[in-house]
Design a protein around this ligand. Structure first.
Ligand code: MRU
Length: 344
């Protein structure tokens, strides 16, 4: 089966599937400079924590390739500059910083500019390949938790588009479907940027998985009506105690799932786990532009002068999470202990 890939390395550029245009248009951006990658991240052409990690490592590799003709010191400075630039794009996804740390460590051992370029390209491709394999493992571990005939509710897009391919939460859904389980998916539209309605629904329709889009505000009613058997979502950063940051609205879903006795799973690779942070209160939460809330598809929906607050993520406390499905296995409670064990 041919898989969806949101970002691809070419010898002298990076091709990025422009997610702002989906589902209407399948168009690609060409990034030749780290700045092009930074712009694609800020504009949400590429998004989703693991995909941001891949984009970050490709940006560092581009900087090294573009500096091939320079001496090692200047080539390294080019890479450092790219790393600083990408670090400043979006603050919440741990994978972005994790990937940049890998690239930085790799750059330290090069002996000339050519070797620097070759080793950073190799490392960036490894980040991508490893993420794809991680998603498949998450899918395999998670599919076992999905009962035959289940209806799964998901939020935002934690699919192939948000990763190197296959997806985390959607990886679980894909694997359950491919294993022949007769599942269906309720997709939260995910205001303000509609990643659920635009991206998750597009991926599911493309794969022939039965999917129904609901307004975010319909989730509670659907749970109360017995229409949801489990919730699976992704994560942008998971603290040492298991608190998990994900797209705004995830916390509300976890509270609702708890109220209705519905299992609530987080699916994420270990590269999303940040053991340096004790709890969710330490996770940096991105606040995005007011226009994302005050307009829909370019049309203003709030009156001039209305104040807007647009946090892009929220934190679900570990006590509301049934289990965390990782690429190394399923973490049960106490989450702090099982995360530490899998990380070691
Ligand atoms: O703002 P976004 O679209 O980058 O937010 C994405 C999410 O919240 C995803 O659920 C998360 O990054 C996990 S992606 C596998």
């Amino acid at each position: 089966m041919s898989e969806l890939t949101p970002i691809e390395w070419h010898d002298d550029h990076v091709s990025i599937l422009d997610q702002t245009r989906l589902p209407g248009q399948v168009a690609h951006l060409e990034a030749r400079q780290p700045q092009d990658v930074a712009d694609a991240i800020c504009s949400m052409s590429i998004r989703g924590a693991p995909a941001l990690g891949v984009a970050a490592s490709f940006a560092a590799a581009l900087a090294a390739v573009n500096a091939r003709s320079l001496d090692l010191e200047r080539a390294r400075a080019n890479v450092d500059q790219a790393i600083a630039l990408i670090r400043s794009t979006r603050p919440t996804a741990r994978n972005l910083f994790w990937a940049l740390e890998r690239m930085q460590a790799c750059a330290a051992s090069a002996r000339d500019a050519n070797e620097l370029a070759e080793s950073l390209v190799r490392e960036a491709l490894a980040v991508q390949q490893e993420d794809l394999e991680s998603c498949r493992s998450i899918g395999d571990f998670g599919a076992r938790l999905v009962p035959e005939g289940a209806t799964i509710l998901t939020h935002c897009n934690a699919g192939a588009l948000a990763t190197a391919g296959y997806g985390t939460a959607l990886g679980v859904i894909r694997s359950a479907h491919r294993a022949g389980k007769n599942i269906r998916v309720l997709v939260d539209e995910t205001r303000p940027l509609l990643q659920g309605a635009r991206l998750t629904a597009w991926e599911l329709v493309g794969e022939g998985i039965p999917a129904t889009v609901i307004a975010d505000s319909a989730a509670g009613w659907c749970m109360q009506q017995g229409m949801v058997n489990l919730v699976v979502v992704g994560a942008d950063r998971i603290a040492a105690n298991g608190d998990a940051a994900n797209k705004i609205g995830t916390y509300a879903l976890a509270v609702l799932a708890c109220q209705h006795g519905i299992p609530f799973y987080i699916a994420a690779p270990m590269s999303t786990v940040d053991l340096t942070l004790a709890g969710g209160q330490d996770i940096p939460i991105e606040e995005r532009a007011a226009e994302e809330v005050s307009t829909i598809a370019g049309t203003r929906v709030t009156p001039e002068g209305a104040a807007i607050f647009n946090p892009a993520f929220d934190v679900t406390p570990h006590g509301l999470i049934t289990a965390i499905i990782t690429d190394r296995g399923v973490c049960d409670h106490p989450l702090s202990e099982s995360l530490a064990k899998l990380a070691s």
